[in-house]
Write a protein that binds this ligand. Sequence first.
Ligand code: NDP
Length: 243
Amino acid sequence: MKQNNKIVLVTGAGHGIGRAIALKAAKEGYSIVANYRKDREGVEELIKEITGSGGGAWPLQFDVTDRQDCKTKLEEWTEKAGAFWGIVCNAGICSDNAFPAMTEIDWDSVIHTNLDGFYNIIHPLVMPMCRKKQGRIITIASVSGIIGNRGQVNYSASKAGIIGATKALALELASRSIAVNCVAPGVIETDMISRAPLDIILPSIPMRRIGKPEEVAALVVFLLSESASYITRQVISVNGGLI
Ligand code: NDP
């Protein structure tokens, strides 16, 4: 494994897209702080895999909806290890329902996790990054936040909110050489889509297949790199031509 002395926080790193991002970033030499909420086992395996290949990785448990816990643990981390080079806001949930049947819990849980998570994670970390005048922030939105998706009014709202927040933050941080971008996946093979009607979805994807977490990770890790230094305020899709 390469080593580059840069530390990257990946939220929701135990499985799915977050795990693929953490693994690929570690292969490229980044040390990983791997957040999980419940999936301790997944993160322990991830850390074993990274450290077993000579990389650096540490677990960090918090729920992205718990503002105070995020602040305490992330500030503790930066006091100990300095500013992160990169933040990947990947943790997210969906709770789909046709709008008339959408419950308050469907709405609140998705907004609190996906959108409040943006504030809860990035806010405690941004000033140390500004002082260093370097870094990358990458948020994970969705095709659903760009075009809207039936049965996902809550999810589309949260992801559209992330897109707006990402673009606004990019403007604020550009003069500090911190690049802030959003990656918008289409349909990716993870637990999140385990109940999605793929027979209905596949014909609408020009590539006629769903994506792999590694295909999202490849873009995220490029955006983390020095080579991506002039890319900011962008929303980049990984979706097989879906939109
Ligand atoms: P998964 O359901 O496989 O993983 C979701 C991850 O988010 C888990 O690691 C989970 O951690 C974490 N998470 C959820 N809630 C919280 C929370 N409150 N605090 C901390 N972590 C939390 O989904 P994906 O890997 O597919 O999703 C990753 C991101 O990609 C999400 O933002 C999702 O919206 C987005 N996305 C996914 C698409 C897809 O087709 N799969 C398409 C477009 C976007 P734990 O298990 O520890 O709770």
